[in-house]
Design a protein around this ligand. Sequence first.
Ligand SMILES: Cc1ncc(C[n+]2csc(CCOP(=O)(O)OP(=O)(O)O)c2C)c(N)n1
Ligand SMILES: [Mg+2]
Length: 377
Amino acid sequence: MRGQVAPLADDAPELGLYQVLAENGLAEPTRLPHLGDAELRRMYRGMLTIRVMDERLLALQRQGRIGFYGEAKGQEAAIIGAAAALGPQDWLVPALREAGAGIYRGLPMRTYVAQIFGNGNDVSKGRQLPCHPGTRAARYLTMSSCIATQLPHAMGMAWAAKIAGDDVVVLGCLGDGASSEEDFHVAANFAGVYGVPVVFFCQNNQWAISTPVTLQTAAPTMAIKALAYGFGGVRCDGNDVLAVYACVKDAVDKARRGGGPTLVEALTYRVSAHSSSDDPTRYRDENVTAAWRQKDPLQRFRTWMTAQGLLDAATDDKLRADLDAEVRDAVAKEEHVPPPPLETLVEDVFAEVPAHLREQLGEITPLPRQKLGGVHQ
Ligand SMILES: Cc1ncc(C[n+]2csc(CCOP(=O)(O)OP(=O)(O)O)c2C)c(N)n1
Ligand SMILES: [Mg+2]
């Protein structure tokens, strides 16, 4: 039996909705991407990691043990489908919700949790909001808090790779909200003109904090915006990990061949709050959210994996328990690591620390670790 996937719109992929898995988890066999069993299992694990991590770390915020957390619930397919389409030599430049892609590419869980605590093990030494990990080793750039500023960076990294003749493609991520920023226009225009190997990946989760996508643009899709910059756009079902993988892989392969940029839009929904500081019941109809929760991307992939004999309930339960234990262990180890040394406040900025700053440093009394209040973002 085949899945009832959306029909192909080859003549206008920027207006269509590419699906491989229908909502009931049945596949359209002619569209299945070439992926081995091990890679499919790894993708499932990557999606479940995000789900488990979000549950645990949001609970930690509610207990006052971390100051802030941003979930990616319901967007696991978009995040992992895109990450899986990259090679290890490629760079991923995230927007807000791709930390799970960093982990998929090799960012250790403890390193991520250390960043969330902002402790002495955190490579950014507590100077970023939680959920801003970065790893050079896994080629995952630190997220920029300023919406869309990462896009000229992603484009520039890809342009540099082209000039140097490096076999590198850059995935520049954005949300629907970021598409209204001038940085999106600058990056897309430049990428089109210079034909750089960048793939713009827009997770259209239909909300930018309290702004619905209908107020973000009058365009029928995000993907169609690519046409104005002289390159192709494609829209896929962001809750279908195989569709996201297929579309991003096509775009990455094209960029690698010298075919220039593509804008891939993954249509999904932000089923949770914007962040731990947000209450969406104040501005949106949660009946719509409830309907989108039924389109759970993890459940869709689980149904298909199970039908393929690649997963069973016992393996799934054990995987979930193992991932939960991994997150709890990382929290247990990182929660009591002391903060970065105070001197780094000035020593990392000045080669020779001015006398007045040395004096001020001497006057600072470190505060005991207190219950953290909310952080607004
Ligand atoms: C330049 C800038 N303007 C506003 C903000 C406040 N802000 C933080 S997240 C956000 C919404 C982003 O929406 P979207 O791009 O759709 O990403 P999503 O949160 O849905 O993943 C806004 C407006 C910001 N961080 N930077
Ligand atoms: Mg959004």
